[in-house]
Ligand binder design. Sequence first.
Ligand code: NDP
Length: 294
Amino acid sequence: TRIAAFLGLGAMGGPMAAHVVRQMQRQGGRALVWNRTREKAERHAAEFGGEVVDLPGLAEADVIFTCLPTSAEVDEVLDGVADGLKEGATWVDCTSGHPEAARRQAARLVERGVAFLDAPVSGGTSGAQAGTLTVMVGGDAAALGRVRDSFAFAGKVVHVGDVGSGFAVKAVNNALLAVTLWATGEGLAALARSGVNLGAALEVINASSGRSNASQNLIPARVLTREFPATFGLGLLAKDAGIAADVVREARASAPVLMQVEALMRAAATVIGADEDHTAALRLIERMNATEIK
Ligand code: NDP
């Protein structure tokens, strides 16, 4: 019997794990679920039917998925279980983690005969629910081939390079999200101060070359409505921008805009709140300009 485990049933991990559980049920395998706060795992199992386990229960798993806030929490969990994993198992970390941590974790697991793939995802909580996430995978292509069928939450899976490259691509993608979100906010604040109707301005921008996911989706649905629904935390986006800055430094690349966006996201998370939705970063721009983006 094939056994898949999913660790970390948060905003992303919860719906991703539900797809893995349903797939294992269809295929006659077993699905194990674990969450630091156990009640969340019990609620998940009651709704979708996985088996709640303690960390030692992972010894049986063939494939182990993690989706935790940062690589630091993955390290904590690994400390508790690395020695008890089954030889030949594959650890698939869907956290938006750090490339350097991925290389260290892979080296540690390979000693136990366990493969490690960094496999962060994009598509947000709606993509996790729909099972249409894009997965960017770093690590051994043959190891990916062996577990690719278990990515029940994925619409698209792209092998991007050696271990750590998945995390690097994810960090750069999210730094680009931060740049477009922040810069569009700056532009709209300036237009608001000029007396322009922002709905009309966005109608133009979204039919023009300045458009982005921020201008087309995030700002109309979350900022103009003043709802800022917390699906992706501002603190997590600041963390991703920080990883992107580390990637830039390690590559000795020149990327002044990407380096600045880390400072801006950290400032926004500090002033506005790390647990607020990432789009609430624009509340800092509103304060800087004594205006509202609405
Ligand atoms: P959440 O805050 O919703 O969930 C975090 C999860 O991590 C919870 O299960 C939490 O457990 C667990 N956790 C926190 N600290 C620890 C710890 N010390 N030890 C063990 N478990 C811990 O985060 P998201 O689901 O939003 O994000 C998860 C990852 O996915 C992040 O890396 C994020 O950047 C990335 N991501 C998020 C997206 C989004 O739209 N939200 C989109 C794409 C990627 P507990 O229930 O006990 O608190």
